[in-house]
Ligand binder design. Sequence first.
Ligand code: NAD
Length: 437
Amino acid sequence: MKLAVIGTGYVGLVTGTCFSDLGNDVTCIDVNQAKVEGLKQGIIPIYEPGLSELVLRNHEEGRLSFTTSVAEAVPDADVVYIAVGTPQSDSGAADLSAVWKVVEDIAPHLREDAVVVVKSTVPVGTNGKVFDLLQKLTGRECHVASNPEFLKEGSAIDDFMYPDRVVCGVRNKKSEEILRQLHAPLLRTAKPILFMSPESSELTKYAANAMLATKISFINEIANLSEKVGADINDVRIGMGHDQRIGFQFLFPGLGYGGSCFPKDVRALTSLSETLDLEPRIMRAVDEVNVHQRSSLVRKIDAHYKGDVAGKTFGVWGLAFKPKTDDIREAPALDLLQYLIEKGAKIMVHDPEAMENIRAMFGDKINKYCENVLEAVEGVDCLAINTEWNEYRTPDFKQLKAKMKEAVIFDGRNLFDLEILEQAGFTYYSVGRRPVK
Ligand code: NAD
């Protein structure tokens, strides 16, 4: 099939690349000229494991191309994917301005039998509004479907290629048939493709993200309680997880969720419920717990130093909102860096992929961007850990202690064993576990 994928970000680029790898002829379109020019020259604008190889191979083999021009790609397309960003607006609702812009841009170029598929996460009812707007602009009933994306940054290619399920919201057989054909190669292991109304499909996406966010806020609340009552959240988590009704997934305590999806999607669902005179009590609490949790490392640091961190040097490991991505949107590390900068601390940071994004945001307010993990602890008063990259998990503690001025670690991801840190002579704060002093 011929596909036009509009919006070449984390979702659009992965979607376009994976569909081209499955033999489709895909054009990825973006308004960002520099991004498109870079992609034409093989420069991948984001870090996502395995993505670069796939983009280069499919581009070289002529199945994947890039343009800024809707007029170039849409007239030939059997399927037009909308994968632009839908960030949070000031009111908490999703900002759909990019979606409406795309609908206006594509309307004059759409083939009569083309299927427009909204992949961006959009509030319930948006698909219907896209259908109405296209009807107004083209003077005919267009095929408009919903196909929300469930991939996770850091394992996006595998999630796309081996989905647990594909959810499609359709209003006619034509859209259903096209989406079934397009996804058939992804569903060889009998994973389901679920057809439902566009409204149900749109709500499924928000409900799934809200459920996952709820699990994270829940375990973080229990972790905070564990600290107060002398329980160990790791034991509690394992004790809970063995119950098959509960399971282990998404029950890791930490610094709360971040990224471009969970925070905005929980708030968009809250906002949608409020506009319908409902009381989204759980969603509000999930967000509130998360906002509080994001600064939990800051509170521990503040308590340890009694608010006096001016002039102290902090080593910071991990800046991305989670491992295996360069994405820093709503990353808990931002809260910590902001606090340290405001308090006049010196900061040395390390992250395997996210440093350039942090440099663009903080520039020389951060004293040193370190290429090497150990460089970031040279002579520091303490180490703070925000992201659970694998390379941070098994340091040589003797070597680490020798490099640091003071052997103090604030760990927002529970990477280390309490007894080992105790024996190695560290002061160690983690989440939901006793401090080691
Ligand atoms: P992103 O910000 O990485 O990418 C969006 C892209 O759209 C940008 O490159 C931007 O330049 C482009 N764009 C904006 N307006 C445009 C226009 N009028 N025409 C063409 N291009 C335009 O966003 P993302 O993370 O890929 O998210 C896209 C959507 O997918 C959002 O709705 C998000 O909620 C959803 N989603 C994201 C993830 C994720 O992990 N990132 C997962 C599932 C769903």
